[in-house]
Design a protein around this ligand. Structure first.
Ligand code: ADP
Ligand code: CA
Length: 422
């Protein structure tokens, strides 16, 4: 028997694995990485890193695999990295007797329609919505909804396939485009099952500024870790996320209301432990909840956050999962932000120039390009990967925002049409 370890549940292609492993190393915590495809990740981490190959397509089965493996190598806590693994973590934690989210709460949070229904039942503000099956008639559906609306497949994430429609013609075009996107998204379709893969949600378009909430649940109590403004308008037709800047510049009472609603939403969903990432819109009548997820912020965006004496979000989450003492949940006093670098067009990435100039902008801490040269990239609604990230820190949010924009303006992104096949 070895010492109890942390189980990190990461998809093979996760951007976050390195940051979580670094956090565990700083804390001196032994880690097992659970993943759905072993061979690739083995090359990255070497054989000394514990690795469990799990069947992510069947969450119940993956949880059984974890429970069986944990009988040989005890697990003291689980950190899931994304939505899929959040459900597996809940199922596995129940089997291992670890305090975590109840599986039905994790499932409810991961299902866009079930989540909306539950939040609406609890009297919380969510967009009006209806679910349609993609094998139905789009013209009939288009005639039955109000405009503007937003169409979104239930099985995708990161704004993939999310499209605004202003009239029936736009609705039918969006519908067809989502069908095409889903046809390509084989992995997601398989993971979600046939019924979900054929479902599209149609929601009332909620206008106004958008914010992102990063929080932590401990024993059912919600604590706000950071509130991010998204200073670029997200009015569609596609919803590419760019800037995240914290602290928020919205009035303090509105910020408190956003945190309160997020906590209420977690309670309504039944979530109790671990990270929460939520998105809300701020129309004049008051905040509307777009999404509450039982995971932490995506991509490399967590690198903007530091707590207490400088610990990372990943360290905080590892400590929480292992029930180690948490010194402070107080974010640093300075402002911080990230730009998720927009993908200007579809094609083959030939290179990115101006990286040194961008990094030299005062306040900019790092520029990381995650897209690979020689590979195809595509903007939303089709795109399924982050291009890269610019990180900045400063005294005030406006300064951070300006630094991120200035750095972005210095990048020369070279994307070219693929050569025709011969
Ligand atoms: P995903 O799970 O792919 O992130 P979301 O439901 O969070 O899907 O939608 C992605 C983005 O699309 C949101 O952050 C928001 O900018 C926009 N969006 C989604 N639904 C609505 C809506 N009903 N009204 C206005 N904007 C929306
Ligand atoms: Ca979202």
């Amino acid at each position: 028997m070895t010492a109890p370890r942390l189980l990190l549940l990461a998809p093979t292609q996760s951007y976050r694995t390195d940051d979580f492993l670094a956090a565990a190393a700083r804390l001196g915590v032994p880690v097992v990485v659970g993943t759905d495809r072993c061979h690739r990740i083995e090359e990255t981490f070497g054989e000394e890193q514990g690795l469990w190959s799990l069947d992510y397509r069947k969450p119940e089965h993956a949880a059984e695999q974890i429970a069986a493996a944990a009988r040989q190598e005890p697990i003291a806590g689980i950190v899931p990295v994304n939505e899929t693994t959040a459900v597996i973590a809940a199922l596995a934690a129940e089997r291992l007797g670890l305090p975590w989210n109840p599986p039905d709460a994790a499932l409810r949070a991961a299902d866009k329609a079930a989540q909306r229904t539950r939040l609406a039942e609890a009297g919380l503000p969510v967009p009006a919505f209806r679910a349609f099956r993609l094998d139905g008639d789009p013209e009939a559906a288009a005639a039955s909804v109000t405009y503007p609306c937003v169409l979104k497949p239930v099985v995708l994430s990161a704004s993939r396939g999310v499209i605004r429609a202003d009239d029936p013609a736009g609705f039918v075009a969006a519908w067809r485009r989502i069908e095409r996107i889903l046809r390509e998204a084989r992995t997601e379709r398989r993971a979600a099952g046939a019924e979900a893969a054929r479902t599209v949600l149609v929601e009332a378009f909620v206008p106004g500024a958008e914010v992102a909430v990063e929080g932590l649940l401990r024993g059912g109590a919600f604590e706000l870790l950071a509130l991010f403004d998204k200073p670029d308008p997200l009015d569609g037709p596609y919803f590419e996320e760019t800037l995240y800047v914290t602290p928020s510049r919205h009035p303090a009472p509105l910020q408190r209301e956003i945190a309160r609603l997020t906590g209420e939403a977690c309670r309504a969903l039944g979530l109790r432990e671990g990270p929460v990432h939520a998105e809300l819109r701020l129309p004049p009548a008051g905040p509307v909840i777009l999404e509450v997820a039982a995971r932490s912020i995506g991509g490399l965006c967590a690198r903007t956050l530091r707590f207490g004496a400088g610990i990372s979000l990943e360290e905080l989450l590892v400590c929480h999962a292992l029930r180690l003492p948490l010194a402070s949940l107080q974010r640093e006093r300075r402002a911080a932000g990230v730009m998720m670098i927009p993908i200007p067009r579809a094609g083959i990435l030939h290179g990115v120039g101006g990286l040194d100039e961008a990094k030299a902008v005062p306040g900019v801490e790092d520029v990381v390009v995650t897209a690979q040269e020689g590979r195809e990239v595509a903007p939303l609604p089709e795109g399924d990967c982050y291009f890269g990230f610019i990180f900045a820190r400063g005294e005030a949010p406006a300064e951070v925002e300006a630094a991120l924009r200035a750095a972005h303006a210095r990048l020369r992104i070279d994307i070219r049409a693929p050569l025709p096949m011969v």
